[in-house]
Design a protein around this ligand. Structure first.
Ligand code: KIV
Length: 283
């Protein structure tokens, strides 16, 4: 079994120029597939609201949803660094809420760290969580929980003014004590600058090359059908495979082809004894 990587390994990997690979997962099978594929890290993102639960955004996702899915992922990947994503409402109101809910991830689901969205405005939340001894990852750029304020799921940092705000956010996250930062949907020029400016690892989702890459499993596997962001590379079309398999099943059942002999359990007592049994009910 490969050694479980931790934040010291991840920080060392930045220094050595080695890429960190992470993916989202929300359930036991996907987590175990991520282990088999050799992923370094798994994010149980609140994207589960869109990818798995069918909401149009992430804000309805609750702490209970996140804990339950983190527990399933932990069972599938007990030896992988798991990031619990703090859902909308779990840290917005106060530092106390942030610490209490971050603790829940570690106590109830044994995640290794938590991630939360925002830069300057959540600086005190990050500091409070880090001061509680919990590894924390910042998330800036396109932050889905505040997509209403951003005018939708829109790329960030494309103008100088916006990039300046992003740099301030990145520095705030680092100074508050996050051990790494995720940047979403930002031009590669800005990401490259941040990778050089920050001492903590900088990870990208839709933000070009960085110290590592995150991708959403539902996007890369072709399972999430509502829309595909520009930055997603599809590595499979699982939806097509599943629909095709289900269509064949429907055909087989309607055509009485399934279940054939190979898919049934056979009797273990002599057939005559069964005939006698059946006669008892039909005479
Ligand atoms: O919830 C999630 O999967 C995320 C990614 C979009 C970065 O936060």
């Amino acid at each position: 079994m490969a050694k479980k990587k931790n934040l010291i390994d991840f920080t060392g990997m930045k220094k050595k120029g080695e890429q960190v690979t992470w993916i989202t997962a929300y359930d036991f099978p996907t987590a175990s597939f991520a282990v088999a594929a050799g992923l370094d890290m798994i994010l149980v993102g609140d994207s589960l609201g869109m990818v798995v639960l069918g909401y149009s955004g992430t804000n309805p996702v609750t702490m209970e949803d996140c804990i339950s899915h983190c527990q399933a992922v932990k069972r599938g990947a007990p030896n992988t660094w798991i990031v619990g994503d703090m859902p909308f409402g779990s840290y917005q109101a106060s530092d106390e809420d942030a610490v209490r809910n971050a603790c829940r991830f570690l106590k109830e689901a044994q995640t290794d760290c938590v991630k939360l969205e925002g830069g300057v405005r959540v600086q005190s939340r990050i500091k409070a969580i880090a001061d509680a001894g919990i590894p924390v990852i910042g998330h800036i750029g396109l932050t889905p929980q505040s997509s209403g304020q951003l005018g939708g799921f829109k790329a960030q940092g494309r103008t100088v003014a916006n990039a300046r705000a992003l740099i301030a956010d990145a520095l705030a996250v680092q100074n508050a004590g996050a051990y790494s930062i995720l940047i979403e949907a930002v031009p590669p020029e800005v990401t490259a600058f941040l990778c050089g400016l920050l001492t903590i690892p900088v990870y990208s989702i839709g933000a070009g090359p960085a110290d590592g890459q995150l991708i959403i499993c539902g996007d890369m596997l072709g399972m999430f059908q509502a829309f595909t962001p520009k930055f997603v590379k599809k590595y499979a079309n699982v939806a097509e495979v599943e629909i095709d398999a289900m269509k064949h099943y429907v055909e087989d059942v309607r055509g009485k082809v399934f279940p054939s002999d190979e898919y049934v359990y056979h009797i273990s007592d002599p057939v005559e004894d069964f005939e006698k049994l059946f006669r008892e009910y039909t005479k």
